[in-house]
Design a protein around this ligand. Sequence first.
Ligand SMILES: [Zn+2]
Length: 412
Amino acid sequence: MRLSQHFFFLLCLVPVLLFSSVTILKKATLQKGELHLSFTKPYNKNTIRHFSLTNPYREVFDLKNVHLANKKVGKGLHTGACRSIRISQYRKDTVRIVVETWKKYRCSAYQPLFSFTRYHIPLPRFSHADRAVHRKKQKVKKRIGRYLKSHTDAVPNRYTLAKRSHTASLSRREMMALHHKERIVIDAGHGGHDTGAIAGGKREKDLVLQIAKRVEKALKKRGYRVSMTRRDDRFLKLPQRTRIADRKDAKVFVSIHANSVPRRKRNRVHGVETFFLQTTRDAKSQRIAARENRAVLKGAGSRLSKKVIIDSVLNGPKIVQSNKLAIDVQRHIMANLRKYYRGVKDGGVRHAPFWVLVGASRPSILVEVGYISHPEERRRLFTPKYQALIANGIAEGINSYLNNRREEIDFD
Ligand SMILES: [Zn+2]
């Protein structure tokens, strides 16, 4: 062979020599949203087997004829974009890289130009929101699993039998309706410069926030999701309250207040009352509504005319459902309190045009947990035990309402 032929032969041989034998993966680093691999020798990317797996979603790369330089390579690769990145000596001569992600993504890995010793794997660009959604889904899955474990006999019930008597199997949506707990909105009345009623140095806004937080806890314990209109001492304008109240997925709205009467009546008037939204001629309900509405009226300004309010009252929330919810809640509060306390007055269920409930297009009630103007009731209201009994009563009332009326509520 002449020299030129030798040269040509060598030239053809170069890639073969370069890519044939085992190479070492010496480094794996995260850079600019990519996983960068560097080898000790040029590496033929065509020997990489790239495929994906689901549940959870994974991009997998099998690198043939590769050894890990040491056990540290590929450890501690953490990025918010991925659930995990794992690198291991999968087989004697194969390194496996697994990129596990929050949801499906398509990646085309590449060798940078003129750099045969490097290989880059682009990672997904997921936001925190994606991760939050993923976690939520996992939680619901777990909750359903737990429920089914403890209620194996409860799967077919009146709801499904009535709707789908022709088949025993449940659709995914029906499963959700059965086992997925609904969202409840809890509204602690007043807040900030709007103190609500004041008596004996105690303020309504503080009391109702304490109880609202207990209700939240009690509902969460029962598996419900809870939205609070406020968690601290702040003033909320009417639109802010109703915006939270009108969350599309909320099934029930409960506003918590405490009542009060003028000094001359304070020793006589006490007890628990639950209201649902409706216009009323009942003078007492009107008086209480006027008092509770005062701050809201100030906040609402002149844009809301009286007519608008009245219209939405008449066409507003599901009054029958609200009435039923009120009955359940009142009943459970009373049952709880009377187990431990004497002389708690059952003020019953009433209807009143409370402004805070206007615009809430779901069963909505307002609980007056007691009269802070009454010395004995005020003392009780600020004790943890009394508050816990009320809060549990509200949670139990909501729970029993939703269980009993499940068929009547539109779950869409
Ligand atoms: Zn109030």
